[in-house]
Design a protein. Structure first.
Length: 138
């Protein structure tokens, strides 16, 4: 795994968590939606579980998955923080924290650091080389 892949794990996991939260919202909307067709014809009783009960079970399962993913994200971010703090250059640390822990754009990082975007790219390359060495030593 490259340094960039290693550092990007938190962003990918955070994106998956957000996606699951969106899924829970959709399922909640489905579970609370009540519609019925009124006709004069009697219907046979439904066999098996209701779709509302199935949806509630899915919501509970998804919330448990989200909680496990959040626990993993917290642990992963702690590991990333330790790796970033092991980098011996403060500019590299600031850039890595902004990009891989706070998910900021290159432009935001450049403004905050008072640099041109091209210089931020150069610092990023240097920072990734430093992280590669740290990972290789572990």
């Amino acid at each position: 795994m490259t340094a960039k892949e290693y550092l990007s794990q938190a962003y990918r996991l955070d994106s998956r968590i957000k996606s699951k939260i969106d899924q829970v919202s959709v399922l909640n909307a489905l579970a609370t939606k009540c519609t019925s067709n009124i006709t004069g014809m009697p219907k046979a009783p439904r066999q098996g579980r209701s779709t509302t009960a199935d949806t509630v079970v899915k919501i509970i399962d998804l919330r448990e998955e989200i909680n496990r993913d959040i626990d993993r994200l917290v642990d992963l971010k702690g590991e990333l923080v330790r790796t970033i703090k092991a980098v011996d250059d403060i500019d590299c640390q600031l850039l890595l924290e902004g990009k891989y822990l706070c998910y900021k754009s290159w432009e935001q990082i450049a403004v905050e650091m008072g640099l041109r975007v091209r210089r931020v790219y150069d610092i990023h390359s240097t920072a990734l080389e430093k992280v590669e060495k740290i990972l290789a030593a572990q």
